[in-house]
Design a protein around this ligand. Structure first.
Ligand code: GDP
Length: 299
């Protein structure tokens, strides 16, 4: 389906509000800019990014560069693009083999589903994929990954619940080399007894990957639930400090009115937004495209 339809929830509140505000004949007065600010905040664009967008527009209005509401609409679109475009950098699978993608994120954000969708996406590009089930903390995680691997007909390297995650990763690295796999996707724990315990475990996994291949992991992909809004930003900060995130996957954008969170993420972190999740199906992981995203949000 079209991205626009997938983002229906954000569409309903944000887009309709914007049409009323900017596509008619409204005067460019304080009320209009206050309403615009409220709309941006309600879509979870965040205080700082909202101020940045609105003040750039009011500056242009006072310099007589924008004369009516439709011109403000154009300036808003440009402002949103300028924020998102630097983060529109696709994940390219470099020639190194295996290309190692370490996937991190707290439980419940859609990490396992995203891994399955990503594996499917890479497989459809003609690449061979191996999975490593290194979330050994949660019993269901290994089973869930095995189920997906079975459906996608992709090998998965796993041990029992409670096994040493580093040992699983070590095995998986060797298996991926032996099979000449193009890509190894490593699932990791999303919860431990403590937050520090989790970050220690992720650092350990990272070290094991790096010991086997000094240039790996080639990507540390953080999965975040876009519906958790500003909370996702604080998760990002923790993971970034602990394991050095190189790309983001933002899930559940179909079920939230908070699609503006991508603007806050982009402006505050500058990290590449590799993928967006817009549903539970295998085809519901999209490569992020700034222009397509902005056009899906705007009326
Ligand atoms: P994990 O605990 O992070 O591994 O989360 P799961 O991958 O098990 O996903 C948790 C739930 O979120 C499942 O019911 C998924 O189907 C659902 N989910 C994941 N991604 C998306 C998405 O982009 N959109 C929607 N609507 N649901 C999603």
């Amino acid at each position: 389906g079209r991205l626009r339809d997938k983002l229906a929830a954000t569409q309903r509140s944000f887009t309709r509000g914007l049409s009323d505000l900017l596509l008619g004949n409204r005067a460019l007065d304080d009320t209009l800019f206050e309403e615009l600010e409220t709309l941006l905040l309600s879509a979870d664009v965040g205080v700082e990014t909202t101020r940045h967008l609105v003040s750039s527009i009011t500056d242009q209005v006072s310099r007589k560069q924008l004369k009516d509401a439709p011109a403000v609409y154009g300036a808003l679109r440009q402002g949103m693009l300028a924020i998102l475009e630097p983060c529109d950098r696709r994940l390219t699978i470099a020639p190194e083999r295996p290309f190692v993608i370490m996937v991190v994120g707290v439980n419940g954000v859609g990490k396992t589903t995203t891994i399955a969708k990503l594996a499917n996406h890479l497989k459809n590009k003609g690449l061979t994929v191996t999975l490593a089930a290194a979330d050994t903390f949660r019993a269901a995680a290994i089973e869930q990954l095995k189920t997906w691997a079975g459906r996608l007909d992709i090998p998965v390297i796993a041990q029992h619940t409670g096994a040493d995650a580093a040992a699983v990763v070590h095995d998986a690295m060797n298996a991926a080399v032996a099979r000449k796999a193009d890509v190894l996707i490593v699932d990791t724990a999303g919860r431990q007894h403590t937050q520090e315990g989790l970050m220690d475990e992720l650092r350990k996994i990272r070290r094991v990957i790096n010991k086997t291949r000094p240039d790996a992991p080639h990507e540390v992909l953080l999965v975040l639930d876009a519906g958790t809004g500003q909370n996702a930003l604080s998760q990002l900060k923790h993971f970034r400090e602990a394991v050095g995130v190189t790309g983001l996957a933002l899930t559940k954008l179909d079920g939230t009115a908070k699609g503006g969170i991508l603007l806050a993420m982009a402006r505050q972190t500058g990290l590449p937004i590799r993928f967006i999740g817009v549903g539970e199906g295998m085809d519901d992981l999209r490569e992020f495209n700034a222009a397509e995203y902005v056009d899906a949000l705007l009326p």
